[in-house]
Design a protein around this ligand. Structure first.
Ligand code: LMR
Length: 401
C-alpha cells in the first residue's frame, strides 16, 4: 500500500513552533517563533495601503483570465524597480528580468528546478546557519549542498575570514546563497567592504550568487537593503535574486515574491527567461495573482506608495527600538553584554541557549522560540520585553551571550 507504510515525521522546525504556540492556552504566552511582524499590541494587521489597494482591485479588476507563467507584467516591472532602481533597464543594459513567484520560497525552488535541468552538477553553498528551509528546498531540487561558516553563536561574531576561506573551494557554475540583508536566523549582516570582497571572489571563481532578499526595507531602508544586489549586478556577469513581499507588505499568506535574474547581456537574459518560464510551467504553471496585483497597484500609485513606505518605516523602526530595549533589559537582568542584539538587523537574532533552556522557556514561561535559539524580535512588545529578558536571565547559566 502506498500510504500505510509511511514513517511519522518530526514537525517542521519553524511551522511546528507556530503550531505549538497556537495550542498553548496560557494567557501569558509570547510568540518569538515564526517570522511575522507584529505591532506593539502583538498584532499583525493588514496594512492600510494593502486594504486600499484591495478595495481598488475589487472595483476595477476587469478579468480573472490567465496571465502567463511569469505572472503580472506590471508587478514584474515594479519589483525590478524596487530592487534595482527606476532606471534599471537603461542602467543595467536590459540584463535584468523579474518573474512573479509564489513567495520568496517559490523563487528559490525555481532556481533549484532551473539548475537541476540545466546544470545538475552545480553545488549550492549555504551559510551556516541559514534559514531552516533553504536546505530542504535545494535538496528537494536534487542538488548537492555545501555549507560555509557564517556566524559564531557563542561569541556573537561574523566569521567573515572563515567564510571566504571556505568559498575559495567554489567551482565554476556553483551557486552561492547569500542573505542580502537581515540575515535569517542571526540578524548579522555583511558590510559594503565584505560584499566587494565576495564579488571579487565569485567573479574569479566563476560561481553565481543567489541573493535571498526576503526583508528589503526591514534593515536600513529600501535602497540601503538593495546595496548588495546593485553592487553585484554591476560587478558580476550573472546573478539570481529571490525576493519576497511577505514581510515588507505583510502579505504572508498571499504568497507574493519574485525571481529576478541578471544575465551577461540583453540577449542572454531573454533566452534565460524562456528557460525560467519552462521551469515554472512544469511546476505550478502560473503564480497566484491577487497579492501581486495589490503590490503592483501600491507601487504604481503615488499616494499609496508614500503610505506604504511610511508603514514599512514604522515596522523597521519599531523592530530597531525593540532590539535596543531587549539588549538593555537582558544586560540589566543578567549582567552580560548583549550589544550584538542591538546592533543586528531585521526580525531575527539568536540566543545561545541549550535545548533544555529553550524547552524550559516554552513549558514553564510560555515563551516560544525556534529550537536553534532564533528569536523573532518583532514578537517583543513594551509590555512583554522585561518578562522575556528576566525569564532568560533566570535560566542562566545556560545562556552564554
Ligand atoms: C521564518 O523564517 O520564520 C519565515 O520566513 C517564515 C517561514 O516560512 O519559515
Amino acid at each position: 500500500m502506498l500510504f500505510s507504510g509511511l514513517d511519522q515525521l518530526p514537525p517542521d522546525v519553524i511551522l511546528g513552533i507556530a503550531q505549538a504556540y497556537r495550542a498553548d492556552s496560557s494567557p501569558l504566552k509570547i510568540d518569538l517563533g515564526i517570522g511575522i511582524y507584529k505591532d506593539d499590541q502583538g498584532l499583525s494587521p493588514v496594512l492600510p495601503s494593502v486594504k486600499a489597494a484591495e478595495k481598488w482591485l475589487i472595483d476595477h479588476q476587469a478579468s480573472k483570465s490567465y496571465l502567463s507563467s511569469a505572472g503580472s507584467p506590471e508587478f514584474n516591472t515594479k519589483i525590478a524597480e524596487l530592487l534595482f532602481g527606476s532606471d534599471y533597464e537603461a542602467e543595467y543594459d536590459g540584463r535584468i528580468r523579474s518573474v512573479q513567484t509564489p513567495g520568496g520560497s517559490g523563487a528559490l525552488r525555481l532556481v533549484a528546478d532551473f539548475l537541476r535541468t540545466n546544470s545538475p552538477t552545480s553545488k549550492i553553498w549555504l551559510p551556516n546557519p541559514s534559514w531552516a528551509t533553504h536546505q530542504p528546498i535545494f535538496a528537494a531540487g536534487g542538488l548537492t549542498i555545501q555549507r560555509y561558516p557564517y556566524y559564531d553563536l557563542p561569541s556573537g561574531r561574523l566569521l567573515f575570514d572563515e567564510m571566504i576561506g571556505a568559498l575559495r573551494a567554489a567551482q565554476p557554475n556553483d551557486v552561492v546563497v547569500l542573505h542580502g540583508c537581515c540575515h535569517n536566523p542571526t540578524g548579522e549582516d555583511l558590510e559594503p567592504s565584505h560584499w566587494s570582497i565576495i564579488a571579487d571572489l565569485l567573479r574569479h571563481k566563476g560561481a553565481t550568487p543567489l541573493i535571498d532578499l526576503a526583508y528589503q526595507g526591514f534593515g536600513d531602508g529600501l535602497n540601503e537593503d538593495a546595496y548588495s544586489i546593485r553592487l553585484f549586478a554591476k560587478q558580476l556577469p550573472e546573478l539570481f535574486v529571490a525576493s519576497s513581499c511577505s514581510k515588507n507588505f505583510s502579505l504572508y499568506r498571499d504568497r507574493v515574491g519574485a525571481l529576478t535574474t541578471i544575465a551577461q547581456s540583453r540577449a542572454a537574459s531573454i533566452t534565460l527567461q524562456e528557460h525560467i518560464a519552462k521551469a515554472i510551467r512544469a511546476n505550478y504553471s502560473m503564480p497566484p495573482d491577487h497579492g501581486a496585483s495589490v503590490v503592483a497597484h501600491i507601487l504604481g500609485h503615488p499616494e499609496l506608495r508614500i503610505l506604504w513606505e511610511h508603514e514599512l518605516e514604522a515596522m523597521r523602526t519599531r523592530i530597531a527600538a525593540m532590539r535596543v530595549l531587549f539588549a538593555r533589559e537582558l544586560t540589566k537582568y543578567s549582567n552580560r553584554d548583549y550589544s550584538s542584539i542591538a546592533r543586528q538587523k531585521g526580525m531575527f537574532s539568536m540566543l545561545n541557549l541549550t535545548p533544555d533552556a529553550i524547552s524550559c522557556l516554552k513549558e514553564e514561561h510560555h515563551i516560544f522560540m525556534i529550537s536553534t535559539g532564533r528569536i523573532n524580535v518583532a514578537g517583543l512588545t513594551r509590555e512583554n520585553v522585561s518578562r522575556v529578558a528576566s525569564s532568560i536571565a533566570a535560566i542562566q547559566p545556560h545562556t552564554a551571550i
